[in-house]
Design a protein around this ligand. Structure first.
Ligand code: GAP
Length: 513
């Protein structure tokens, strides 16, 4: 555990030191759970967004984009159910005065039990090697069976209690499991209460006429209220999708995990509109497709798992999370929800307008069903960044810090380094940059010895370093160094573009899906 905590601390400090993420308004000691993306972070974030957009919008003829406003008519949130039901169950510890999400305390406890089972499985795997049959072990080993049954029982009971709004039972569960305040160990808890997560604001010049608004807690509603506008103006035929990326805001109770749970964050959401009755087929398709998208980045299959929801949100008839193995354990990265016709019907009811589709094949009008994919851009950032950050021991015993980002997402694709700051080498380097910058983000660095410059680019995640030396002046060749292998090749300047393109092109990466 201590090791995991250290790793997480490293992630946070590396993000700051190398210009990826700063605490918001740091000169005033920051603002809790709000962060700014710095010069390299903004590039990484933009590349993740683009990787998503390309795979969802550009590669699918029947999915189009949208950029709806953050501020929406307040009735939107009444219709969507957020005013009445977008609550988290909170609990306070009377001794430490710390506030927690009651469901998260229970889920973390269940996860610890799961980890115990996993430990047994890993031990057996190491003992039996190739002969190990995991399926058989899991179904016959008494200890593993007991752990997994306990975990299931806890998760099911939590789901039931939350689903029924039985907060007293959530409190009872916390007491029965003897869950203590993670920071102080105290078990002196208050009752569990509901807390609405939406941020309120006001529209209008004078206090009397001001209209109460909310900052959107999800981007999805901007898609729902525009459903018919897009369908008609784009002559879209069901099934079709609308994709959007943008800011969302939640007054999170517990926001202590860096950019994992923020109060202002960005979502990448897609609503796929289908015929009623066809939503389950679509739901399965999108579950599989979204997992393939994540896997295409090469962060390791073992770092992902599905978690099918027992407790469904007020709008869903099926829901699953793609969970990722963050430095603090497996947690939700993306949600895939079958949202039925809940939202469109609710907007029909509250607006008095029809939000229906005329299906020419069936010759009938209906309110489409919706399958949603929703991934947090900041969580994607954290998943990619934390998994890529490595501390390596080299053959000569020295160590290096390297950010092995998927090359397609790296903020800077290549750094051009003149071996020395004289003899015309900087000029040749600049010329190479002038040529490459039309296609790639490239950097120039002439400060310090070349070895130190390599290390700095490793820590920034730059896939290639191009070194210009005296031989370059004679034969127009340079060395190109690969970040992950540290291998160096001598190549012609004219070959650079092709070599870089091959490693960083979105096409090559997305083709792995
Ligand atoms: N429209 C559906 C929806 O908003 P959600 O599961 O509440 O569903 C979707 O959120 C995704 O948004 C999550 O899987 C997560 O990646 C991201 N997300 C949610 N709350 C977040 C927060 N406070 N900070 C960062 N990301 C968040």
């Amino acid at each position: 555990m201590a090791k995991q905590e250290d790793l997480f601390k490293n992630v946070v400090s590396h993000a700051k030191e190398y210009g990826f993420i700063f605490p918001s308004s740091e000169v005033y000691d920051g603002l809790s759970a709000v962060y700014d993306y710095a010069q390299n972070g903004v590039e990484l974030k933009k590349n993740i967004r683009e990787y998503w957009w390309k795979s969802m919008v550009q590669m699918n003829e029947n999915i189009v984009g949208l950029d709806a406003a953050i501020l929406m008519h307040p009735t939107t949130w009444k219709a969507s159910g957020h005013v009445d039901a977008f609550n988290d169950p909170l609990i306070d510890n009377k001794d430490s005065k710390k506030r927690y999400r009651a469901d998260v305390l229970v889920e973390d406890h269940a996860e610890k039990i799961h980890q115990k089972a996993q430990k047994e499985i890993d031990k057996a795997k190491a003992r039996f090697g190739d002969a190990f049959n995991e399926q058989e072990f899991v179904t016959t080993n008494a200890r593993v069976i007991e752990y997994l049954a306990k975990e299931k029982e806890i998760r099911e009971r939590l789901g039931r209690s939350l689903g029924n709004g039985d907060l007293a039972d959530v409190k009872a569960l916390i007491e029965e499991l003897e869950i203590a305040d993670p920071e102080t160990g105290s078990k002196n808890w208050t009752e569990v209460k509901q807390f609405n997560l939406m941020f309120g604001t006001k529209l209008g010049a004078s206090a009397e006429n001001a209209m109460d608004l909310y900052l959107r807690p999800e981007t999805a509603q901007g898609i729902f209220v525009n459903f018919l506008n897009v369908q008609k103006s784009g002559r879209m035929k069901v099934p079709f999708g609308i994709a959007q990326t943008g800011k969302a805001f939640r007054n999170e109770i517990v926001a202590r995990q860096f950019i994992f749970r923020m109060r202002e964050f960005e979502q990448m959401e897609m609503q796929f509109f289908v015929r009623p009755g066809e939503e389950m087929k679509s739901y399965e398709y999108w579950k599989e497709t979204r997992l393939k998208w994540h896997l295409s980045l090469g962060l390791g299959k073992e770092n992902y798992r599905f978690h099918d929801h027992e407790k469904l949100a007020h709008y869903a008839n099926a829901a699953a999370d793609i969970e990722f193995n963050f430095p603090f354990g497996f947690k939700e990265l993306e949600g895939i929800h079958s949202r039925t016709d809940f939202d469109l019907k609710a907007h029909e009811e509250y607006s008095g307008r029809k939000l229906q589709y005329f299906d020419p094949e069936l010759n009938e009008n209906y309110v489409p069903y919706v399958v949603e994919t929703s991934v947090g851009l900041d969580r994607m950032f954290l998943a990619v960044f934390a998994t890529s950050l490595k501390e390596e021991t080299l053959e000569d015993g020295s160590t290096r810090t390297v950010l092995k980002l998927p090359a397609v997402l790296a903020p800077t694709k290549a750094a051009v380094l003149p071996l020395v700051k004289k003899d015309g080498l900087p000029e040749v380097s600049r010329k190479i940059i002038e040529d490459l910058k039309w296609d790639f983000n490239v950097a120039y660095d002439e400060k310090d010895a070349v070895g130190r410059r390599y290390r700095r680019q490793d820590a920034l995640g730059t896939p290639f370093c191009i070194t210009v030396d005296h031989q370059t002046l004679e034969d127009e060749t340079v060395t190109i160094r690969h970040r992950d292998t540290m291998k160096q090749d001598r190549v012609k300047i004219t070959e650079l573009k092709g070599i870089i393109e091959n490693e960083v092109s979105m096409k090559n990466w997305l083709m792995k899906m």
